[in-house]
Design a protein around this ligand. Structure first.
Ligand code: SF4
Length: 224
C-alpha cells in the first residue's frame, strides 16, 4: 500500500470521529501502550488530542510500559486517564495467598480490567478501540462498529489494518517503540502473563498455557 492509500484510511477514521462528534457523542479510547498501539494513538492525536485515552493500570505492568506510556503521552500531547481496580491488591489473593493470576486469570482480569471499565462504558457513547482482525481468531469475527451491553458503541478503526500496515505507518511517522520489543516481546501486557516472542501467534505471547487469549474486555463481542 502506498502512502496516499494509507492516508486515505486515516482520512476515513477522521471522518468517522468527526461524525460522532457532530452528533455530540462522548468519545474515548483505550490503549495498552504497546508499539502496535501507536498508529491509532497518533491518528487520534492528529484529529483531536482532547479525546480521553484510558490506560487500564492493573498494577502488574512492566515498569518499561509505564515509562513508555508517559513518553508517548508527552510526545503526542494525549489526554491520558488511568483506571485502577476498586479492589485493593491485598484482597486479590486466593486461599493459598497467591495473586489470582496464578490460579484464576479470568477473575484477575475481571477485577483489574473489565470491572474498572464498566463505569466508563456506562457514561460514554463511543469507545475507540484498536483491536485488529489479524491478531487472533476471535477478533476476525468482529465488526467495525459493535454495541456493548452497557450501550456504548465500540468503534474499531484499526480492525482491517494488518501488521504490515501498522509497521508502514510506524515507520513513516518514526513513532517510538516499546523498549521490550528489542528484548523479544511482541505482545506486552501484564508482566506475570506475558512471555517472549512465539512464532505461532502474537497473542499466544500472553497467558501461555492457560487456554486464554483475551482479557475479557473483548470477549462479549465474539460471535459464536
Ligand atoms: S493479564 Fe494477568 S495479571 Fe493482568 S489482569 Fe489479567 S490475569 Fe491479572
Amino acid at each position: 500500500m502506498n502512502w496516499e492509500q494509507l492516508e486515505k484510511l486515516v482520512d476515513g477514521i477522521r471522518q468517522e470521529i468527526l461524525h460522532y462528534k457532530s452528533e455530540d457523542k462522548q468519545l474515548f479510547a483505550s490503549s495498552s501502550f504497546q508499539t502496535h498501539s501507536l498508529p491509532m494513538l497518533h491518528i487520534i492525536s492528529r484529529i483531536d488530542n482532547t479525546i480521553p485515552i484510558y490506560f487500564i493500570n492493573t498494577g502488574f505492568h512492566f515498569p518499561e510500559t509505564i515509562q513508555f506510556r508517559d513518553k508517548v503521552v508527552e510526545e503526542f500531547g494525549l489526554n491520558l486517564l488511568d483506571l485502577h481496580s476498586l479492589v485493593p491488591k491485598s484482597q486479590q489473593r486466593n486461599r493459598l495467598g497467591n495473586f489470582y493470576f496464578t490460579s484464576d486469570p479470568d477473575y484477575c482480569c475481571y477485577l483489574n480490567k473489565t470491572q474498572p471499565m464498566e463505569p466508563v462504558l456506562a457514561k460514554m457513547d463511543v469507545w475507540i478501540n484498536g483491536i485488529r482482525a489479524d491478531q487472533n481468531a476471535n477478533r476476525r469475527s468482529m465488526r467495525e462498529e459493535q454495541m456493548t451491553p452497557q450501550g456504548c458503541l465500540r468503534y474499531h478503526p484499526m480492525l482491517h489494518w494488518t501488521a504490515k500496515l501498522v509497521f508502514e505507518y510506524t515507520k513513516k511517522y518514526d513513532l517510538p517503540k516499546h523498549p521490550l520489543d528489542e528484548k523479544g516481546y511482541v505482545s506486552v501486557g501484564c508482566e506475570p502473563c506475558t512471555r517472549k516472542f512465539d512464532l505461532e501467534s502474537e497473542r499466544e505471547s500472553r497467558w501461555f498455557g492457560m487456554n486464554k487469549t483475551e482479557c475479557g474486555l473483548h470477549t462479549e463481542l465474539i460471535e459464536k
